[in-house]
Design a protein around this ligand. Structure first.
Ligand SMILES: C[S@@+](CC[C@H](N)C(=O)[O-])C[C@H]1O[C@@H](n2cnc3c(N)ncnc32)[C@H](O)[C@@H]1O
Length: 223
């Protein structure tokens, strides 16, 4: 858990074998997410993941893309122990987890540059300030040619899936600062820091993968 919000952010019952936590939702979606990541991550990318949870997504991605290195992170000690335990499945591609809490600047300022920033299922289970800090981090430390990949549910105006509206209500009942984020608001937040939506991929269960890139790297950009 982060220090500013004591509400648990794993919304499911996880099982554990030694330090390795197992997330039922990650088991369902890690292959489709890894498939998207394998297509959009730059060659030999150094990837920073925020809010890595159990660490299972990192393993799936590194299996599909043996050229990348993956830096997991989480504010939660138990999650970091799980990430370290799962890392042995990836032949050295996954680094020792970092304690990064986007609401604690001292844990963010020490981060080096990266070629990809990945954040899955975090910004709706955290205050909006976490999304703001994520985008600020990307704007400051994403290397040229880099990408930001978000995964999760979004509100799409009248086209919002009923299941996501129910999820939104349930999140807000747990913590009024949480909630399924409005896609347009997320895109505007990134755009305000010079990052534009490059791809939107429909995922199972009414989730989206969103890929953002610096506007300067888009064809036709004069920046
Ligand atoms: C629902 S879990 C998602 C875990 C994993 N990304 C996945 O998709 O399976 C949300 C994660 O976000 C992390 N988190 C919550 N607040 C955070 C913050 N302020 N900064 C960074 N990570 C945070 C939690 O510790 C938790 O591991």
């Amino acid at each position: 858990m982060n220090q500013t919000d004591p509400t648990p952010t794993a919304l499911e019952s996880r099982t554990a074998l030694h330090d390795r936590l197992h997330s039922p939702s990650a088991a369902r979606n890690r292959d489709v997410i890894a498939n998207v990541l394998s297509r959009v991550l730059p060659d030999q990318a150094e990837v920073l993941e925020i809010g890595s949870g159990t660490g299972e997504h990192a393993v799936a991605a590194c299996h599909l893309r043996p050229d990348i290195t993956w830096q997991p992170s989480d504010p939660d000690r138990e999650a970091r122990a799980s990430q370290a335990a799962w890392a042995s499945e990836a032949s050295g591609a996954i680094r020792a987890p970092l304690e990064i809490d986007l609401l604690r600047p001292e844990t963010v300022e020490v981060i080096d540059g990266f070629d990809a920033l990945v954040c899955m299922n975090v910004i709706h289970i955290a205050p909006w300030a976490v999304a703001e800090a994520l985008v600020s981090l990307a704007a400051r430390k994403l290397r040229p040619g880099g990408v930001v990949v978000l995964y999760g549910p979004y509100k799409l105006g009248k086209a919002t899936a009923p299941s996501n509206l129910q999820f939104d209500a349930s999140l807000k009942s747990r913590n009024p600062a949480w909630g399924v984020r409005d896609l347009e608001a997320v895109i505007a937040l990134f755009a305000g820091q010079g990052l534009v939506l490059d791809a939107r991929v429909e995922m199972p269960a009414n989730n989206l993968s969103l890929v953002f890139v610096p506007s300067s790297s888009r064809p036709g950009s004069t920046r």
